[in-house]
Design a protein around this ligand. Sequence first.
Ligand code: GLU
Length: 473
Amino acid sequence: MMESKQTRFYESVNRNFNKAAEFTSIPKGLLEQIRVCNSVYQMKFPVKIGNQYEVIEAYRVQHSHHRLPTKGGIRFSHLVNQEEVMALASLMTYKCAIVDVPFGGAKGGVKVSPRKYNALQLEKITRRYTTELIRKNFIGPGLDVPAPDYGTGAREMAWILDTYSTFNHGEIDAAACVTGKPENQSGIRGRTEATGRGVYYAIRQMLSYEEDCKALGIEPGLEGKTMVIQGLGNVGSYTGMISQDEGGASVIGVSEIEGTIYSPEGIDIQQLLNYRKDKGTIIGFPGSKKLDVREDWVKIPCDILVPAALESQIHKGNAKSVKAKVIAEAANGPITADAEEILLKKGILIIPDMYANAGGVTVSYFEWLKNLSHMRFGRMEKRFQHNSLYAIVSMVERLTGTTIGDREKDLLTKGAEEIDLVRSGLEDTMVTSYHNIREVMKRRKKIHDLRTAAFVNALDKIANDYIRLGIFP
Ligand code: GLU
């Protein structure tokens, strides 16, 4: 059953691709070259777990070599299979093109359930997987750069870097072989929150266009809007927290493996995370009610629905019950192509994955640049900015004959730190990219949905790259 679900995922990506391709003037052969996966590496390797040897199945798919390195996360899940990784790698290519991150798309998958292993065993698996990638030239700062995805995080990235460095002793750019690393091990501030923060900017941006909100029958702005989130992993948690804290949204429903909770008064995500850490479940969170059927998260009436878990969660079977005005695809591929047709007919606006969740790879790009430059962002300019601002504020004080408090002065004269620059770069990327996608939709009257517009935007850029490279003159 799972198999067919994953097949549907890759098919959905291709169906969406074909739908968008009709709106471009890209020659057929070039379209085919853009669509297919360039390299698919399937591996099986043994790892000794306790007294037993286990054969682990794993993949790395490089979808497009039109730009190098290729880029994309590594997923650890017992559901991983080749078609799923191919679909995810394809999405990475389009994602990078949309946000102008100069990489081709890739994705990795290791077919293991991380819950079944302890940290030492996971380290063994991760290091062995990395060794397989090294052997086939499937990893390197200029070749292919992995990152976290479902089931992996900064810890796994540190193991990958250490393994890579061991085999490439003295390679000056080794740190750029993987992103999403711990901050104190060549990582960058703001990477962990990046995907969720990007989803927040995407929603905020969508809601800033008055005429688009009017068409949906909602007021502009995120303040006071209701939100339901499926999945409290890294992406779902940060989307919820930042939307609440910075955007003033109210999260009224949360769904996780153990069930779905609902509270019209709003659920504080930080408190919910603390509760779950303590109790091992979201069920019973004070002030919330558990829904009888976990899958009914799709039915909760709300302004914004955020699927932040896995693919194919909104499908032909449940799409009719969606009562949201906007769906922000924080996960990759959470809506099947069949479901999308139903949702669009219902007038629901979908902010597509390849734009909405591109914040992760955007900040990965910043991390890669930081590693290649061997210097922290802000190191050169922070003090200069502070000194200039200090001089201006002091002059205003002198000219007006008033003085401001030390704290106020500190705030006004602060030079940009790495985290400020990362957030600024991310915000600008999300704002500009939304505008570009929306423009495609405005210009081409026959395109009625953001996914097709985003795809067209990506396809045109990738085709241009191929032509520029002289591959398709
Ligand atoms: N796994 C993330 C994604 O799906 C991040 C990839 C990256 O940072 O390279 O976009």
